[in-house]
Design a binder for this molecule. Structure first.
Ligand code: HEM
Ligand SMILES: [Cu+2]
Length: 584
């Protein structure tokens, strides 16, 4: 049974007094969540601008001379790393994790609020150190987001002096921040759930974020040590990863290090990282689908076990990123097998999402549109993952645009669609106002159709052998269709990028002018919609913590007087609409 007292006792100790303690050095998980989200979106916009610059170069190589070839490497690297770590990881865990865990679990706050606050400020420091790379001599690192040595720290690679150091230090700092936040998320889920909130009654959003955090706590240390070791290689001349190489005619004083060791460490982190981003998206999308289809999630227990199985399996597949590293073919066989086994629980989840919609009372709200969009893009990206998981198929496709198409569909676009859906869904709780519906629909359709226009043709480019991370293809002998496709992809990317301004405008405009939301505009069952105030006040629940009597998915229960019964409504207690906070 959940242990309530810790969260409750803590609350009195850190009640905010002034503007600064309320909104700046805040220990309120909701404020910290918003700080995380705003920072992550801001740095994410930098990554978006970088992708637009790259696309202009690729689409119209002789028209816009915005960047030089070495800038392209820097743009690819910074774009990739920012999107994966500083946007998506930070937003799902620091943003949604912070906001949702205490509210959905019926806690007053995270169990270590002070550490939670530090987590955000250390994250901000990591972002600043990363951005500093743009302004230091040599610019940011151009090593590719995978940072493979020896090239990452060899002279000749852009940013091999300051840029790479900024990147490695920033990653190390990010991991410190993540760990402080992550210990909070895990402990809060395990220790601070309200009475009645058993693990098997938790909404899937919490399950996804919880498991992703555990993955992070176990996977990030591998990146942490590699960042430190590579920093030492670059600064004091150790040879953890640096072999005896000759670079630009000189032979730097390195010897005996193993670049392959770095690849193993990187991907031991890097593959679970995919699921650190995907599992929260899986969880959240399940709740969006269920709420907006007014139907219980299909196979709840199976969904929980699938999250746990995927989480565990994600640690034994990492070398599928290394099929072309020269490893023994039998080793590849092992990793191909584990990779394909992960497809089983993943496919189960997709079936269950679709079966949740089956015979549901589907409301095509904006969050629902994004959730359904996710099922499409994720299935699509997942299928190409089956191709790439097989050694013999991967070898010729490795390092082509097929890979770029695959990972953007599965871990770029899909989680981003869930992020959008989630923001449209929870914005009313966070601000008390609804986002504008028409703008939301416009944003959805342009983004959804746009990403297909961007990424579908990339599969074809990849099969033709067009390599990734190239500035231009002028000397290669590709069919003319390659260039015209590249131009059309760029046009689509520009349209999608501009469409995000609609979203940003909506966020700002609705803050003042949006329709007032009431406490429970989607008529949802989970606890965050049952708070006495909207937006919830510090401590979330007023004088009394909620008590939970049922799972999170009592939608359209036969015989009930409304089509939803909130989790805190006791069995047999009349109309669910009486639950405080919910509006009819
Ligand atoms: C409309 C949005 C986006 C566009 C137009 C875009 C475009 C690009 C382009 C042009 C490249 C370089 C390909 C190459 O030359 O190899 C790239 C690489 C990459 N992108 Fe995106 N991207 C977008 C969103 C995202 C998102 C949301 C993620 C989050 C996972 C992401 C992750 C990456 C990664 C990891 C790389 C590889 C970097 C590397 O090779 O080192 N992108 N993207
Ligand atoms: Cu992987």
């Amino acid at each position: 049974m959940a242990y309530v007292a810790v969260a409750d006792r803590d609350h009195a100790l850190h009640d905010p007094q002034t503007f600064v303690t309320k909104y700046i050095w805040s220990q309120d998980h909701k404020v910290i969540a918003i700080q995380y989200a705003v920072t992550a979106i801001a740095i994410g916009l930098v990554a978006l601008v970088l992708s637009v610059i790259m696309r202009l170069q690729l689409g119209f190589p002789h028209t816009f001379s915005l960047i030089a070839p070495s800038d392209y490497y820097q743009a690819v690297t910074m774009h990739g790393m920012i999107m994966v770590i500083y946007l998506l990881t930070a937003l799902f865990l620091g943003g949604f994790g912070n906001y949702l865990i205490p509210l959905m679990c019926g806690a007053r706050d995270m169990v270590f609020p002070y550490m939670n606050m530090l987590s955000y400020w250390v994250y901000l420091l990591a972002v600043l150190v990363l951005v500093a790379g743009f302004f230091l001599p040599g610019g940011p690192t151009g090593a590719g987001w995978t940072l493979y040595p020896p090239q990452a720290i060899s002279t000749g690679t852009p940013g091999a002096t300051w840029g790479i150091i900024c990147m490695l230090l920033s990653l190390a700092i990010f991991i410190v921040a993540f760990t402080m936040g992550g210990l909070n998320y895990v402990t809060t889920v395990l220790q601070a759930r309200c009475r009645g909130m058993t693990l098997m009654r938790m909404p899937l959003s919490v399950w996804g974020i919880f498991m992703a955090t555990i993955l992070g706590l176990l996977a990030f240390p591998a990146l942490f040590v590699s960042a430190i070791m590579m920093t030492l290689d670059a600064t004091v001349g150790t040879s953890f990863f640096m072999p005896a190489v000759v670079s630009m005619g000189r032979s730097p004083a390195h010897h005996g290090g193993s670049p392959l060791l770095f690849q193993h460490l990187f991907w031991f982190f890097g593959h679970p990282e995919v699921y650190i981003v995907a599992l929260p998206a899986f969880g959240i999308v399940s709740d969006l689908l269920s709420t907006h289809a007014r139907r219980h999630i299909f196979g709840y227990r199976m969904m929980v076990w699938a999250i746990l199985a995927i989480g565990c399996l994600s640690f034994v597949v990492w070398a599928h990123h290394m099929y072309v590293s020269g490893m023994n073919p039998y080793f590849g066989f092992f990793f191909a097998t584990t990779t394909l086994i992960i497809a089983v629980p993943t496919a189960l989840k997709v079936y269950n999402w679709v079966l949740t919609l089956w015979r549901g009372d589907i409301h095509l709200t904006v969050p629902m549109l994004f959730a359904i969009g996710f099922i499409f893009t994720f299935t699509h990206g997942g299928l190409t993952g089956l191709f790439l998981g097989n050694v013999t198929v991967d070898v010729p496709l490795s390092a082509t645009y097929f890979v770029v198409a695959h990972f953007h569909m599965v871990m770029g676009v899909s989680p981003i669609l869930v992020v959008f859906g989630a923001i449209y869904h929870w914005y009313p709780k966070m601000t008390g106002r609804m986002l504008n519906d028409t703008l939301g629909r416009l944003h959805f359709w342009i983004t959804f159709l746009g990403v297909y226009a961007i990424y579908l043709p990339m599969h074809y480019l990849g099969i033709l052998g067009v390599p990734r991370r190239y500035f231009a293809y002028t000397t290669a002998d590709f069919p003319a269709s390659v260039q015209s496709l590249n131009a059309s992809i760029t046009v689509a990317a520009l349209i999608v990028a501009v469409a995000q301004l609609i979203f940003l405008f909506n966020l700002a405009w609705s803050l003042r002018h949006g329709r007032t939301a009431g406490g429970n505009p989607w008529r949802a069952t989970t606890l965050e919609w049952q708070t006495p105030d909207t937006p919830p006040k510090h401590g979330n629940w007023g004088a009394k913590l909620p008590v939970v009597y049922r799972w999170a998915y009592d939608y359209s229960v036969p015989g009930a007087s409304a089509d939803f019964i909130p989790q805190n409504v006791p069995p047999g207690a009349g109309s669910p609409v009486l639950a405080h906070g919910s509006s009819a």
